[in-house]
Design a protein. Structure first.
Length: 320
């Protein structure tokens, strides 16, 4: 039997206390070293069936707790420089930043339609840059009735390169969104880009430094992709992000693109993994809901905004 003296008892307490303090400091250090969310909760009114002018959209976003708001490309292009400067000041005053703007060029149709849109792009890009917007996004049609994959790839490479060049002159990044559902890419005679890997291949073909992805949890899910697919990306690869859930009780390959759910409403899509990976790779752009949900669109503006904001906050709470 060992007798514990007062001195040895105090020494043991001191050692134990130091170990406890060290463990506490290490735990705090680990917590502080953990990555935090850098992306913003963004509002895009049209995606949730809310009709609003740009100034009103700013007020709506601030009122409902959003952190960013999408710039309206067409509306901004029609404004004077003084109006654009005033809008930029209002954004700052509201404590918001810009999300991603939509592209005002239809590159999916005939050459005349594309060229007409391209002529209007410089004015729109100049307006976006003047208010401080930095991101523009669009989507890729996942199938074509007459163009084979290679012919379609060549057309996209040429047209999107020209668009990217104009946007780049105004320091705007250009995001491309692939469409994942099998029901979409089998709807035409010739399937086209509909996976993350194919989208990255197209971006490489375009060969412009300002071109990246518009990621969507819906397309990530319907393309049968995983967290590991996202881990290959860096922040610079992603221009914008859409956050959606999927209807329950429907097989992945039977999901329809126009029938989605608000984020974290069904739990079908693993948003913890999706958002957690975005946190891990340091994505710092906008994240917005785009559910194409008829029930949501039927609501009055304030109700639709409140419902969307609540769903977004619930989803972000998975990683905050």
């Amino acid at each position: 039997m060992h007798t514990i003296t007062r001195r040895s008892f105090i020494q043991r307490l001191a050692v134990g206390g130091a170990a406890g303090v060290t463990a506490s400091l290490l735990a705090r250090g680990a917590a502080s070293a953990a990555p935090h969310r850098r992306f913003t909760m963004a509002l895009e009114c049209g995606a949730i069936g809310v009709s609003a002018k740009q100034a009103e959209a700013l007020q709506m976003a601030a009122r409902h707790g959003f952190e960013a708001v999408a710039p309206s490309t067409g509306e901004l292009a029609a404004m004077s420089d003084s109006e654009l400067d005033e809008l930029a000041a209002r954004l700052k005053q509201a404590g918001l930043v810009w999300g991603a703007a939509g592209l005002n060029v239809d590159f999916r149709k005939d050459e005349a339609t594309f060229r007409n849109g391209l002529q209007q792009l410089p004015a729109a890009a100049k307006a976006l840059a003047r208010v401080g917007a930095t991101r523009v996004g669009t989507w890729l049609r996942p199938a074509h009735d007459t163009l084979t994959y290679m012919a379609n790839l060549r057309q996209h490479r040429i047209r999107l390169r020209e668009i990217a060049a104009v946007l780049g002159e105004h320091q705007l990044r250009f995001g491309l969104e692939y469409v994942g559902p099998k029901t979409s890419w089998t709807a035409g005679r010739f399937p086209f880009v509909h996976t993350l890997t194919e989208a990255l291949e197209l971006i490489a073909e375009i060969g412009q430094a300002n071109v990246g992805l518009v990621l969507d949890s819906w397309h990530w899910y319907t393309a049968h992709e995983s967290r590991e697919d996202l881990l290959h990306l860096k922040n610079d690869n992603i221009v914008a992000c859409d956050l959606n859930d999927a209807p329950a009780g429907i097989a992945i390959d039977e999901q329809l693109d126009g029938r989605r759910e608000l984020p974290a409403s069904t739990g079908v899509i693993d948003l913890r993994a999706f958002l957690g990976t975005l946190v891990e790779i340091g994505y710092d752009g906008p994240v917005r809901a785009e559910p194409f949900n008829q029930a949501l669109r039927a609501l009055e503006n304030d109700a639709a905004l409140a419902t969307t904001a609540a769903a977004m906050k619930k989803a972000l709470a998975l990683v905050d």
